[in-house]
Design a protein around this ligand. Structure first.
Ligand code: ATP
Length: 439
C-alpha cells in the first residue's frame, strides 16, 4: 500500500518534496507502507514541533484563563458510552460489489449508485464506527475491551472536577491539551489531511450557560487569527458556519476554520458549542458530581457550558506546507516560504570552500548562532546546490563565508525569498538576524 497517486499536481510535488527533504515518509515504507499513516522526518518534526509550541504558547502559557493537561490515550470504555461515541461516532459506508473499494456515502454526490472508479454497483450503506478497539489486560477472562481515543477532549471532561479542586479557577476558564487521536477512517487520502493516527490540539472553554453565542464568536475569530499569525495567506483562510444538518451529535452551533487547499476549501479546525452535553453525560454515567460552585452567584452549583476549539496538528502542518510551497520558475527553484518562526532552521552557515580558513570562521559563527536558535552548517557541494537545499526546507537566511571574509570580517547574507544579497560584519550577524526573525 504505497502512497496513493495524487490527482492534484501541486500535492504530488509536495509529497515528493516532503520525502526528498525529510519532512514526511509513509509509515513502514520498507514493507510497502501502511495506508493513511505517516512518519515525520528530521525537517517535518521541527516544523510540527514549532506549530505545537506556538499553539501551547498562545493558548496556554500566554493566557491567565487557560490551563494545560496531558491525559492518557487509553480510557475506561464507559467514557465512550457516555460521550456518545459508541452509538454515534460512525460514518455511512458503502462498498463496490465489483472492486471492493469503500466510500463514505457523504463524500459521494447525492444519489450515487455506481462506483466512481470501476462503475460497479454500490452496496447498501452501513454505519461504520470509527473507533479502534483493543484489549486491556493479559488473559481473555481478565481483559477488557478498550478504545484508542478518537479525540483528546474526553480526557479533559472526565478530569473537570480534578482540575477545579486542585487549581484556583473561576468561570470562564479553559483546559487545553495536545496529543494523539485515532480514527479508523473509511476513506483517507490527500496526503496527511485525513489519516488514521493523528494529533489534535484541543481546548475546552467552560462558561456560564447562556453566554454560548458570545464565546463561540470570540473563539472563532481568535482561532482564525491564529492561523493568520502563522503567516498563512489570509485570503486563503475563512470561517464557515455549519448548517443544522452538519452538526455533530454533541453540538448546537459550529464554525470551521477552512483553508483553500488545491482540492477546495476544507476544515483545519472546528470551533463548537458543546453546551453542557459532555459534563451532563459524565454526571449521569459516573454518578460523580462534575459541576462548579458559582461563588459569585451565591454559591449555587451549576454545570458549565463549553465552547471547544479542536485543531489537527497534521492538518495544520499540511496547511502551512501547502501555503508555503512556491515554484519560483524565474529562478528554477522550489521554495518553502515558511514564516521564520515555523522554519525548521532560521539560518544556514556555509564556507564557500573547505580551505583557506573559511571553515574555521564559518564554524565559529555557526557555534555562536546555535546557542540562540536553530541553524544548520553545510559545506557539501556547490554553493548553488546548497542554496537550493535550504530553499526547499524553507531556511529564511543563508550566511556565506568567502575569501574576502578573512580580510573584511564580513559575510554575505542571502534572503530566501527576494534573493537579495548583502554584506554584513560577522560581529553584527546575531543582531541583524534578531531584527529580521526574532532570534
Ligand atoms: P471530518 O468531518 O472531516 O471527518 P470531523 O469534523 O469529524 O472531520 P473533528 O471531529 O471536528 O473532525 O476533529 C477536529 C479536528 O481534528 C479536525 O478539524 C482536523 O483538523 C482533525 N482531524 C480529525 N480527523 C482527522 C483525521 N482523520 N486526520 C487528520 N486530522 C483529523
Amino acid at each position: 500500500m504505497a502512497t496513493k497517486p495524487m490527482s492534484y499536481p501541486i500535492m504530488e510535488k509536495l509529497v515528493a518534496l516532503s520525502r526528498r527533504r525529510g519532512f514526511l515518509f509513509q509509515s513502514s515504507e520498507i514493507y510497502d507502507g501502511i495506508n493513511a499513516v505517516y512518519d515525520y522526518g528530521p525537517m517535518g518534526v521541527e516544523l510540527k514541533r514549532n506549530i505545537k509550541d506556538l499553539w501551547w504558547q498562545d493558548m496556554v502559557r500566554s493566557r491567565e484563563d487557560i490551563l494545560g493537561m496531558d491525559t492518557a490515550i487509553l480510557m475506561h470504555p464507559r467514557v465512550w458510552e457516555a460521550s456518545g461515541h459508541v452509538n454515534n461516532f460512525h460514518d455511512p459506508m458503502t462498498e463496490c460489489k465489483k472492486c471492493r473499494r469503500r466510500y463514505r456515502v457523504d463524500h459521494l454526490p447525492e444519489g450515487t449508485k455506481d462506483c466512481p472508479e470501476c462503475g460497479g454497483e454500490l452496496a447498501e450503506a452501513k454505519q461504520f464506527n470509527l473507533m479502534f478497539r483493543t484489549k486491556l489486560g493479559s488473559t481473555d477472562e481478565g481483559s477488557m475491551d478498550v478504545y484508542l481515543r478518537p479525540e483528546t477532549a474526553q480526557g479533559i471532561f472526565v478530569n473537570f472536577a480534578n482540575v477545579v479542586a486542585s487549581n484556583r479557577v473561576k468561570l470562564p476558564f479553559g483546559i487545553a491539551q495536545l496529543g494523539k487521536a485515532f480514527r479508523n477512517e473509511i476513506t483517507t487520502g490527500n496526503f496527511i489531511f485525513r489519516t488514521r493516527e493523528f494529533e489534535q490540539m484541543e481546548m475546552e472553554f467552560f462558561i456560564h450557560p447562556g453566554e454560548n453565542a458570545r464565546w463561540l464568536e470570540y473563539w472563532a475569530e481568535e482561532r482564525l487569527n491564529w492561523y493568520k499569525s502563522l503567516g498563512i495567506s489570509p485570503e486563503k483562510l475563512r470561517l464557515r458556519a455549519h448548517g443544522p444538518d452538519e452538526l455533530a451529535h454533541y453540538s448546537s452551533a459550529c464554525y470551521d476554520v477552512e483553508y483553500a487547499f488545491p482540492y477546495g476549501f476544507s476544515e483545519v479546525e472546528g470551533i463548537a458549542d458543546r453546551g453542557t452535553y459532555d459534563l451532563d453525560q459524565h454526571n449521569a454515567f459516573s454518578k460523580k458530581k462534575l459541576d462548579y460552585i458559582d461563588q459569585e452567584n451565591g454559591g449555587v452549583r451549576i454545570v458549565p457550558a463549553v465552547i471547544e476549539t479542536s485543531a489537527g496538528v497534521d492538518r495544520s502542518v499540511l496547511t502551512v506546507m501547502t501555503d508555503a510551497f512556491w515554484e519560483d520558475e524565474a529562478n528554477e527553484r522550489i521554495v518553502m516560504r515558511f514564516s521564520p518562526k515555523l522554519a525548521p532552521y532560521k539560518a544556514a552557515v556555509f564556507p564557500l570552500f573547505k580551505k583557506e580558513g573559511m571553515p574555521e570562521i564559518a564554524r565559529k559563527l555557526y557555534e555562536q548562532l546555535r546557542r540562540h536558535t536553530a541553524v544548520i552548517y553545510d559545506d557539501g557541494g556547490s554553493i548553488g546546490k546548497r542554496y537550493r537545499r535550504q530553499d526547499e526546507i524553507g531556511t529564511p537566511f543563508c550566511l556565506t563565508v568567502d575569501h574576502e571574509s578573512l580580510n573584511d570580517h564580513a559575510v554575505t547574507l542571502r534572503d530566501r525569498d527576494s534573493l537579495e544579497q548583502i554584506r554584513i560584519p560577522i560581529g553584527k550577524v546575531p543582531d541583524i538576524l534578531k531584527e529580521k526573525i526574532g532570534l
